[in-house]
Design a protein around this ligand. Structure first.
Ligand code: GLY
Ligand code: MN
Ligand code: MN
Length: 444
């Protein structure tokens, strides 16, 4: 993103605030991991969306007239030796295109003056611990100067609502970053598949962490800063644990591996799941369930286009999955009735307990309302340049009446879709989903 992009976003936001509104946006806090050791810093997505600044301890204040102020860490030679170069308030206006900049230590001193005369204060509700209290204090300070003519804002407004709506629609630059992120992730999945087959073929012990390492290597090799979320590498029965993390499970000949992993590139996430046979060849029962999940994903893809509702891909998925569960004997036709009954009574939930989609963008579960703004409770109407995942699955835990051949099989297939006028663009198909293509790839 360039200067001009961030300026345009700040101007678009300012237009929402009204001439006397003011927005306050902090970046993310540094989080301690243990003792002297912090988690790697990642800026807050809203903050980064508006200025692209990567340092911790920073705040952006934007007025309705378009004026923007950055509060950031001051230059400090001693600290910079340990922690790295700081931009500093003096260089910030030229570097970031903000109108003014102050050391972050002056936040409490400057904010009351900035708020004086504004009618509404906008900040992200319920996202930053303690922010409401600080806003209260600043407002209190303005009121304390009422006799000197200070006028305190009377309305607090949730900034998330405005920024979520802006972020829901991706521009061409964002889409191009997301395409690259998805390509890097797809290449990483291919490497993991090939490593799995190669190591099992040569009789070497293979654990989930080997594939996790392979994914991370491929992400970083191509310039991704970090995984967009902790990679799931789930061998065999571990795939039935939805939030499993790559651990030390052994990959065994004859079992499947589920990998849900995507890199983050320049602030944008990708999110891909593939399920493949560790040794490169699906067994009969594995293939039967895989074909069903793939068919359900194809139904979701076919239901994704501008004008459709966000829930449509999910409903299309459910129809295929529920019918397949009856056909394969996972669900008992004789007692449960038709596919419509299975859906109405949620019997499919035993094997498919999550939803098919979420928005994707700067955050892997990205912001954006899932209901229509002017039609409360109605599923969102998809529009071009929204990005969502399509990720059906089946997870078979042993239970009475469930054919043993399917026990412990967990399968999910997840792709990233950009909504277009007449369909969707799957940006994550650099790694195949077709089971024959996966087998061919793993033989290579
Ligand atoms: N990887 C998180 C998700 O698929 O939603
Ligand atoms: Mn997902
Ligand atoms: Mn995922």
């Amino acid at each position: 993103m360039t200067h001009a992009h961030y300026l345009a976003r700040r101007a678009a936001l300012a237009a929402h605030l009204g001439p006397h509104g003011i927005a306050i946006v902090p970046t993310a806090p540094v989080q301690q991991r243990n003792r002297d050791n912090d988690f790697q810093f990642r800026p807050d997505s809203y903050f980064h969306y508006l200025c692209g600044f990567n340092e911790p301890q920073a705040w952006l204040v934007i007025r309705g007239d378009g004026h923007s102020t950055l509060f950031c860490q001051p230059k400090d030679l001693e600290r910079e030796i340990w922690d790295g170069i700081r931009l500093g308030p003096q260089a910030a206006p030229a570097a970031l295109g903000v109108d003014a900049a102050f050391p972050v230590e002056q936040l409490d001193a400057e904010l009351p003056g900035l708020l004086d005369g504004c009618d509404a204060v906008w900040f992200p509700f319920a996202t930053h611990k303690g922010l409401e209290t600080r806003v209260d204090q600043w407002l209190g300070n303005v009121r304390a100067r009422a006799r000197q003519g200070a006028v305190a804002p009377q309305r607090l407004c949730d900034l998330c609502a405005v920024l979520d709506e802006m972020r829901l629609f991706k521009d061409e630059r964002e889409l191009s970053t997301m395409r690259r992120a998805a390509q890097i992730s797809a290449a990483a999945h291919i490497r993991a598949m090939q490593l799995s087959a190669r190591m099992l073929r040569s009789g070497q012990p293979l654990f989930e962490y080997h594939l996790d390492a392979e994914l991370l290597h491929a992400f970083r090799q191509h310039g991704s800063q970090y995984p967009a979320y902790p990679s799931i590498v789930a061998a065999g029965a571990n795939a039935c644990v939805l939030h499993y993390r790559a651990d030390a499970g052994a990959l065994r000949d004859g079992e499947l591996v589920l990998i849900d992993a995507g890199c983050e590139l320049d602030g944008y996430a990708s999110d891909i799941t593939r399920t493949f046979p560790a040794n490169g060849r699906f067994s009969g029962p594995q293939r039967a369930l895989y074909d069903l999940v793939l068919a359900s994903q194809q139904a979701a893809v076919a239901a994704t286009r501008a004008g459709a509702r966000f829930n449509d891909p999910h409903e299309a998925t459910l129809k295929v999955l529920a019918q397949g569960m009856l056909d394969l004997g996972l669900l008992d036709k004789n007692t449960l009735g038709s596919v419509d009954d299975v859906i109405a009574n949620k019997n499919y939930f035993q094997f498919y307990m999550h939803r098919t989609s979420h928005w994707l963008g700067m955050d892997v579960h990205d912001c954006g309302a899932y209901t229509e703004p002017r039609e409360p409770k109605a599923s969102r109407i998809l529009q071009a340049n929204m990005v969502l995942t399509l990720e059906p699955g089946i997870y078979v835990r042993p239970a009475a009446g469930v054919p043993e051949a399917f026990h412990h099989i967990g399968i999910r297939i997840e792709d990233d879709a950009v909504v277009t006028a007449d369909g969707c663009e799957l940006i994550s198909r650099g790694v195949p989903v077709d089971p024959d293509a996966i087998e061919t790839l793993m033989r290579g």
